[in-house]
Design a protein. Structure first.
Length: 412
């Protein structure tokens, strides 16, 4: 039972602290076109080269006026027009106004814009029927962003909220951290690539397939070394190739107690790697350390365990190496259990669940069903982890539990 032998287990928080405390973000950068920068991480603050807006402009369709010309409620003749892209550039006699449209440059000397709904137009000119204050409906140059101001700090992932902003500043290229290079392979004679027929006793290599997909979503450059059979020479060659070509090496399988001893011996020869037993379920066996050149993460062989440890430990590791200073997992929420949840004390349990708000706006969650570490379908059925405390036992219907909504790595 899990609760009988837990003194040698380390918590998820301890493991994550041990990992992140050893890492520093990559220092290599590259300047790339803005249209190729989606998903990349800024390597330096972005400074605005211009004022935004670049000139004073109108916030309304209406009339630009001088305050001194507004007296005795007399109509003002229209001296000309100012449109976006076609500013008013003629003489502006005293006692007149300028027709202006939203976004159009403010004529020199104008002190206010009166919206057209507050104007009455006649053959004599335009009469205004509301009080006017200086500066109304005028957007000043640099009111949004001033030239020389910081727009984005370093460590920001560029996406739909950031790239149009940079485009509005005329920024054509942006300095980003270079892509992480990650080598991935699976170990085991029982594994068969997806798409090949299964022989007796074989299973499909789900883990490498899933890890590669998640790496692609995270914007990594992936080196897929395939399936490495249980052969010491083949495994050594795979580790040496991966170590020489990648920033991070991720393997699946071979990190559980009782598995091939030469795997651990080989990793000791190639670097400093710790084999941990984590106080989480699923995903107890995990390895982390440094090879000669690359960081190494050894995932468990069971598919759900591999996905969970990648999500909870490898994902933040990659984010820190990539310089993504704003990365974080979704905050945990409280929800009422709609189904009973089976659990034994001893390990922090990440069960897969489905949560939603009820008619009263309260969060409720139910299990996806069987929680075995081989049931990968639970990820496609669920939208969150149900996070059950290490020493907690089974949960009855109606009890409150913590949930952690999936981020985009697991959510479609």
């Amino acid at each position: 039972m899990d609760h009988c032998h837990t003194s040698d287990l380390i918590s998820l928080e301890q493991a994550l602290e041990k990992i992140l405390s050893q890492l520093s973000p990559l220092q290599q950068t590259e300047s790339i076109p803005l249209n190729a920068a989606a998903g990349r991480i800024t390597a330096a603050p972005v400074i605005s080269p211009i004022d935004v807006p670049p000139f004073a402009n109108s916030a309304m369709d209406g009339y630009a006026v001088r305050i001194a010309d507004l007296h005795a409620n007399a109509p003002l003749p229209v001296a000309g027009k100012s449109f976006a892209g076609t500013p008013f550039d003629g003489d502006w006699p005293a006692g007149t106004c300028v027709r202006i449209m939203t976004g159009a440059p403010i004529p020199t000397g104008a002190e206010a814009v009166i919206m057209q709904e507050q104007a009455e137009v006649s053959d004599a000119g335009v009469r205004f029927n509301a009080a006017v204050r200086a500066g109304q409906n005028i957007r000043l140059a640099g009111e949004d962003i001033q030239q020389g101001a910081g727009v984005l700090p370093a460590g920001v992932k560029l996406g739909a909220a950031q790239l149009p902003l940079l485009a509005s500043l005329g920024v054509a290229e942006v300095l980003v951290v270079r892509k992480l290079k990650v080598a991935v392979f699976s170990t085991g004679d029982e594994l068969q690539p997806v798409g090949q027929p299964l022989e007796a006793g074989q299973i499909y290599d789900t883990n490498r397939f899933a890890v590669r997909l998640m790496l692609e979503q995270l914007g990594c450059e992936t080196l897929d070394l395939g399936i490495i059979r249980d052969d010491q020479n083949a495994l050594r060659a795979a580790f040496e190739q991966a170590d020489s070509q990648a920033d991070v090496v991720i393997s699946s399988g071979g990190v559980s107690v009782g598995e091939a001893d030469y795997t651990k011996q080989m990793l000791d020869e190639l670097g400093e790697v710790s084999f941990w037993k984590l106080a989480i379920k699923p995903g107890k066996p995990f390895a982390f350390g440094k090879l000669k050149h690359a960081w190494f993460c050894g995932l468990p062989g069971n598919p759900v365990s591999a996905a969970l440890t990648f999500y909870q430990l490898v994902q933040p590791l990659l984010a820190k190496l990539a310089g993504h200073s704003e990365w974080h997992l979704p905050p945990r929420l409280r929800a009422r259990a709609l189904t009973p949840l089976k659990k034994a004390p001893g390990r922090l349990d990440f069960q897969r669940g489905v949560f939603a708000s009820n008619a009263q706006g309260e969060l409720e969650v139910s299990t996806t069903g069987h929680q075995g570490s081989h049931v990968f379908s639970s990820f496609s059925q669920g939208n969150c982890f149900i996070v059950l405390e290490r020493e907690r036992g089974s949960v009855a219907v109606g009890e409150t539990v913590e949930i952690e909504p999936f981020n985009t790595l697991l959510r479609s």
